[in-house]
Design a protein around this ligand. Structure first.
Ligand SMILES: [Zn+2]
Length: 81
């Protein structure tokens, strides 16, 4: 899966977060914008985000930072609780 497009508007950059790794309990996301470097972990167990690297604070990050609800769509449900 290769996603190379980053839309840039007059006001706000739109960056795409891509899930790079997941062990079922936590999913790692990285921003695809080369000069941003935003990284975070979505914790499926506690249902929360942990930002490792803030990246560009002015950019709109899509994929995971927008809301918790996205996790269900990004992550195939293989929970064994
Ligand atoms: Zn970014």
């Amino acid at each position: 899966m290769v996603i190379g497009s980053v839309e840039v508007t007059n006001m706000t950059e739109r960056h795409l977060m891509l899930c790079t790794d997941s062990n079922g309990d936590q999913s790692h996301f990285e921003c695809m914008a080369a000069d941003c470097g935003r990284k975070l972990i979505f914790d499926h167990v506690n249902v929360r985000l942990m930002v490792l690297t803030p990246g560009n604070p002015f950019a709109m990050h899509q994929g995971s930072t927008g809301g918790v609800g996205l996790s269900a769509e990004l992550q195939s449900p293989e929970e064994s609780s």
